[in-house]
Design a protein around this ligand. Sequence first.
Ligand code: NAD
Ligand code: UDP
Length: 326
Amino acid sequence: MPIKNLQKNSKKILVAGAAGFVGSHLCDFLIARGDYVIGIDNLSTGSKKNIAHLLRHPRFKFAKDDVARREGFKTLPYRGNIDEIYHLASPASPAYYQQNPINTWKANTIGTLNLLQLEKKYRAKFLFASTSEVYGDPLQHPQTESYFGNVNPVGIRSCYDESKRAGESLCMDYYRQFNSQIKIVRIFNTYGPRMDKNDGRVVSNFITQALANEPITIYGTGRQTRSFQYVDDLIGGLIKMMASPKSFVGPVNIGNPGEFTVLELAKKIIKFTGSKSSIIYKPLPQDDPNQRKPDIALAKQVLNWQSKINLEVGLKSTIEYFKRNA
Ligand code: NAD
Ligand code: UDP
């Protein structure tokens, strides 16, 4: 398929998971920068609504496809060279990735292999969206990239944690065996506009509940911690990682080191929404990590990146989005 309206220095970039929460923001950034973007997504947890504004853009092409299909990407809406591949195609919320754990495995293993084959064919740069979940329920705090993690290999979260670990491992083998240009990013909890309100993650659940003045559901005591990163900070980190020298493979943590208990998060959301919601307590799911906070020294040093948007600013912007899209 010929490329139309391609600016002189624009790159051809494949985004797998383009219709998801993070993927759609990444596509927006790349299109605004002047790149040509090929988005693929099986729309299992994402939605065409997230990219509706891009579908008629001359530098954006979209195909509904599954990265784990054995046949590869027969419907890829493009036949030229590809410069960069972002592999974001995987369910991310515990509720969704546990709904069909085998598909979660496939997206991060067979899907990663299929995309790595494309990377090899085009000699493209390849960024794998890994996760802080590779640290499991961490015994080291905060988590540095050198920490090997504490993952239950047979628990209900392992379809995600272990398949992401397997994905990282495949990337490293392509790097060692084929000299592939690999970039591994370990993303910590990210929130912002276009999160699916039904995906069960804590920020979307609490905002939805608060806006409806319904009880806020805290799992466990609410003393477990997370570090919440606004999506714009993450996109900046992904872009900087992709642009980093070939010698920098990662893995690198991209997250906001501000650490909050789930109870603190609930109270902030009640305050910022002016909600009348009460707080109720529900059982803690199996293997729910007790604490999580990124050490981002490596990202600061090599990528000159750090998160800039604090929780208050990010939550207020996300609340506005949920109000508009209620
Ligand atoms: P999301 O569910 O909103 O987006 C994932 C997208 O991938 C969806 O559009 C979904 O339909 C698509 N997808 C899933 N399986 C697919 C498959 N087999 N083939 C093609 N498309 C498929 O989730 P998100 O929050 O945008 O996460 C994006 C990526 O970032 C994921 O790889 C996730 O593991 C990673 N990540 C996200 C977070 C976070 O807090 N948001 C944290 C750590 C890692
Ligand atoms: N959580 C909660 N109530 C909810 C949803 C989640 O208390 O309605 C808790 C969950 O048990 C976990 C934390 O919030 O301790 C973050 O959950 P999320 O699913 O957003 O991300 P993850 O567990 O993958 O970090």
